[in-house]
Ligand binder design. Structure first.
Ligand SMILES: *[C@@H]1O[C@H](CO)[C@@H](O)[C@H](O)[C@H]1NC(C)=O
Ligand SMILES: *[C@@H]1O[C@H](CO)[C@@H](O)[C@H](O)[C@H]1NC(C)=O
Ligand SMILES: *[C@@H]1O[C@H](CO)[C@@H](O)[C@H](O)[C@H]1NC(C)=O
Ligand SMILES: *[C@@H]1O[C@H](CO)[C@@H](O)[C@H](O)[C@H]1NC(C)=O
Ligand SMILES: *[C@@H]1O[C@H](CO)[C@@H](O)[C@H](O)[C@H]1NC(C)=O
Ligand SMILES: *[C@@H]1O[C@H](CO)[C@@H](O)[C@H](O)[C@H]1NC(C)=O
Ligand SMILES: *[C@@H]1O[C@H](CO)[C@@H](O)[C@H](O)[C@H]1NC(C)=O
Ligand SMILES: *[C@@H]1O[C@H](CO)[C@@H](O)[C@H](O)[C@H]1NC(C)=O
Ligand SMILES: *[C@@H]1O[C@H](CO)[C@@H](O)[C@H](O)[C@H]1NC(C)=O
Length: 494
């Protein structure tokens, strides 16, 4: 089992205590939130029963006298006032996924409905994301990049260097377009914004559900405000205590296990479009072909979609698609259709100004100083965990090149968690074969947070709450309502 390698790397990590990070900064502003219809929110309209408010916060918490900015909060009021416990804050991952945008699609869905009787559901998009000052890129720069200026899978030192330079230029362009908010995108600032929201709500401790990158904001919150927690679930556990290169290597191993499970399922499950065939080989051949010559997308609308797909597009779309097990049938269909020449399933949407905010946030929370000498080792390891041309693509391997020449220094660098004496036990949740946040991350973070409990789901996929209905979702719901986590060591199967 390769977890031994990962754990020895993390055990050696030295805790770096940055005084600015360790000191809680007061967020008390005594403001009253004025809830109104969500008519003025970007990308509206929201359903009539949604409520929106503006929350005033300092641009820089380190300097409370700095300019004030107004964050938009989006809320679905609890459906049963008599049963209402408080506010449940939902933080999606990405980084860069907007919870505010996703709220309408989960409102009233089966499973979620019960939790909605007890809680107002609140989206606080972090700065740089969704309804809160989304960071801004040049679509032209991104388009030219995706077609040759950078490679997610560089093969030579020249390609590797060009990729680093390209992302440095993208970062500088984004800084110029976005303005001072660009300096405040880290999970540490996001945690302070959450506390400002909690204080303004005028309720008790926070009820927090963080998914993937959202768990980093939760962890920073728990570190700064350990006594202000009623319940907190961290689902799909990102390990911010290890360096980016180690993170990326671990992610590639998790990805390899999970992809093997997918290809096995795709070849042997009669509901799969690849049933009875060698799914991994079909994928390999497809990627090799697209690497050679991009494959044209049939009947394409070039206003919305790139006209052809490259091998990198296929690796990336596969990655985004198969992270969730409920998507496996669709991904098998994309591969089967692509093998027949219809690559629509893997076609890449064209870029807009705000379609790529992940690097701006990722590079505020992680530094990458990997040298080219270290890079091929990681590549070889990735290759050994995946079939031929597929190369175990992961999100983090791309970020390892995004952040190297980022225009601003990392604000909230990786460090061991300093969470202690929380007012409630934190519940960590992870699938055993999670391709994005391997199980070892959850084990490592559980050891770093005294009193926390790890719930294991023996299954595939990233995150265990959606789609609701499984045992893991039930256990989380019960914890949010009662405040009591499941017993340590609990394993669920759905
Ligand atoms: C908030 O109100 C309290 C009590 O009235 C007061 O002591 C405190 O200074 C106020 N804080 C701010 C930031 O206005
Ligand atoms: C705001 O919402 C309420 C209740 O849903 C509705 O009656 C009212 O017409 C809405 N106002 C506007 C300006 O949309
Ligand atoms: C960003 O702005 C600075 C200062 O105005 C300028 O020198 C630089 O060329 C700009 N960078 C990009 C990538 O547009
Ligand atoms: C086949 O896959 C479907 C969809 O993922 C799943 O519901 C079903 O349980 C699988 N069947 C077997 C025999 O594993
Ligand atoms: C692929 O699309 C690009 C535009 O994004 C175009 O320049 C190129 O010629 C196309 N290549 C093939 C082989 O169709
Ligand atoms: C292509 O997509 C754009 C944007 O959604 C739309 O306005 C346009 O009508 C579409 N063109 C065709 C030919 O469907
Ligand atoms: C091509 O693939 C897409 C995505 O899987 C699918 O929706 C579409 O129906 C396919 N087109 C044809 C002509 O089969
Ligand atoms: C990268 O940064 C980490 C943390 O500061 C440090 O331990 C490591 O030695 C650095 N690596 C290189 C190659 O500079
Ligand atoms: C946690 O509580 C213990 C016991 O009261 C105390 O010794 C310790 O200093 C506290 N740790 C922190 C980080 O506050």
């Amino acid at each position: 089992m390769l977890s031994a390698i990962l754990l020895s790397a993390t055990v050696l990590a030295v805790s770096i205590i940055d005084p600015a990070r360790a000191t809680p900064i007061s967020t008390s502003t005594n403001q009253t939130l004025a809830w109104t219809n969500c008519t003025s929110v970007p990308d509206g309209p929201y359903p009539q029963h949604f409520r929106c408010a503006k929350l005033e916060v300092p641009l820089y918490y380190e300097n409370p006298a700095s300019d004030k900015i107004k964050l938009t909060l989006v809320k679905i009021p609890a459906t049963n006032t008599a049963k209402r416990i408080g506010t449940w804050i939902f933080q999606e991952g990405g980084p860069g996924t907007s919870t505010a945008h996703d709220l309408p699609s989960i409102d009233g869905t089966e499973g979620f409905r019960e939790l909605q009787t007890y809680f107002d559901v609140l989206a606080v998009d972090p700065r740089g994301v969704g309804v809160n000052f989304p960071v801004c890129f040049s679509p032209e720069l991104l388009t030219s990049g995706a077609r040759g200026k950078f490679r997610n899978y560089p093969k030579t030192e020249g390609e590797w260097k060009a990729t680093l330079e390209y992302w440095g230029e993208v970062g500088e362009d984004c800084l110029n377009r976005t303005g001072p908010i660009f300096h405040t995108l880290s999970s540490a600032t996001a945690a302070r914004d959450l506390e400002s929201a909690r204080v303004a709500l005028g309720e008790g401790g926070i009820n927090y559900y963080g998914l993937s990158w959202g768990i980093q904001r939760g962890q920073m919150y728990a570190q700064y405000y350990p006594k202000n927690i009623r319940t907190m679930v961290l689902d799909g556990v990102v390990d911010h205590s290890i360096q980016m290169a180690d993170f990326s290597a671990a992610q590639q191993i998790g990805h390899g296990f999970s992809a093997a499970n997918f290809f096995n399922w795709a070849s042997t499950n009669s509901s799969s479009a690849l049933y009875g065939q060698d799914a991994a080989k079909i994928m390999d051949d497809l990627v090799a072909k697209a690497d050679q010559t991009p494959i044209p997308v049939p009947n394409v609308n070039t206003t919305t979609t790139f006209p052809n797909v490259t091998g990198e597009d296929i690796r990336q779309a596969f990655l985004d698609g198969f992270w969730h097990e409920y998507n496996w049938p669709a991904v098998a269909t994309w591969i089967a259709e692509s093998a027949q020449g219809n690559v629509t399933g893997f076609a890449m949407p064209v870029f807009t100004e705000t379609s790529l905010n992940s690097p701006a946030i990722a590079c505020s929370d992680w530094l990458t100083n990997e040298t080219y000498a270290q890079f091929p080792d990681r590549e070889r390891m990735a290759a050994s965990f995946s079939s031929g041309n597929f190369e175990g693509g992961t999100g983090m391997r791309a970020w390892a090149t995004y952040c190297s020449k980022w225009p601003i220094p990392v604000v909230n660098p990786p460090a061991r968690s300093e969470i202690a004496n929380t007012s409630a036990p934190i519940l960590l949740v992870n699938a055993l074969w999670d391709p994005a946040t391997p199980y070892d991350f959850a084990v490592n973070i559980q050891r770093q947070i005294p009193g926390s409990v790890l719930l294991t789901r023996k299954g595939n996929g990233h995150g265990s709450l959606f789609p609701w209905g499984g045992e893991a979702g039930d256990a989380m719901s019960q914890y949010f309502v009662s405040g009591k986590p499941p017993p340590a060591g609990t394993v669920v199967y759905s």
